[in-house]
Design a protein around this ligand. Structure first.
Ligand code: TZP
Ligand code: MG
Length: 215
């Protein structure tokens, strides 16, 4: 990723709807992930409805200079030329990575152990995520918390040109340390979603993130 793109993702919140994305952008967020985990086969959540939510989010982010990564739905992301896609380890087996490369769609990959990291490095991703750093209730996972030291281990194994995203249980109060250990970017859900004033919380995050220079 370009230096500016990397700088824009020091804070990388994850939202589950277009309306959250609109709010996050109005508060100054420059990179966001749309993570829709609804079952597209139920009547209320048809695939068409999900596609519209994704399309609207992509178009809104394109006109507001925001780097939007679409979780899972890489075909829809390709169709509407999203900035990027975020894939889990197993999702990436089914995705057309070469089409993403060809169409200059960035893609980030989740990793949880050395096996997944080595696999991710072979795909030349735009960023690599490591999680969960701390315990989290947002996502049920078979991996126990990685701990903060794992960030520096990952940082040393990943080329400097590939940003490292830390995710899982990170709060504003412990975020400074996450950058010190070598993460380029912090991804959050619970911290701002559970805040009584998400706007203020995100603005505090942005101030803190922008005060942490890259090493
Ligand atoms: N992947 C690893 S942890 C997580 C995802 C999507 C959820 C985010 O964690 P939190 O604790 O809500 O910030
Ligand atoms: Mg996935």
């Amino acid at each position: 990723m370009l230096f500016e793109e990397k700088q824009n993702m020091k804070l990388y919140p994850i939202a589950d709807s277009y309306s959250w994305i609109v709010k996050l952008i109005s508060w100054g967020v420059k990179t966001v992930q749309l993570r829709i985990k609804l079952d597209p086969l139920t009547e209320n959540n048809s695939l068409q409805k999900i596609e519209n939510e994704i399309k609207n989010s992509i178009q809104y982010c394109q006109s507001h200079n925001c780097q939007l990564f679409i979780n899972d739905y890489w075909e829809i992301a390709l169709k509407y030329k999203a900035f990027g896609v975020h894939l889990g380890y197993e999702d990436s087996f089914h995705a057309d990575i070469s089409s993403l490369h060809k169409n200059k769609i960035r893609f980030g990959l989740s990793t949880h152990d050395t096996n997944e990291l080595n696999y991710a490095l072979e795909l030349n991703p735009s960023y690599i995520a490591l999680g969960p750093i701390f315990p989290t209730k947002t996502k049920e996972m078979k991996f126990s918390p990685q701990g903060i030291e794992k960030i520096s281990i990952w940082r040393n194994k990943i080329p400097k040109s590939i940003p490292l995203v830390a995710i899982g249980g990170i709060k504003l109060e412990n975020a400074h340390e996450i950058y010190i250990y070598g993460a380029d970017s912090i991804s959050i859900i619970h911290d701002f979603m559970s805040s009584s004033c998400p706007e203020e919380r995100i603005k505090d995050w942005l101030n803190m993130a922008n005060n942490n220079e890259f090493k």
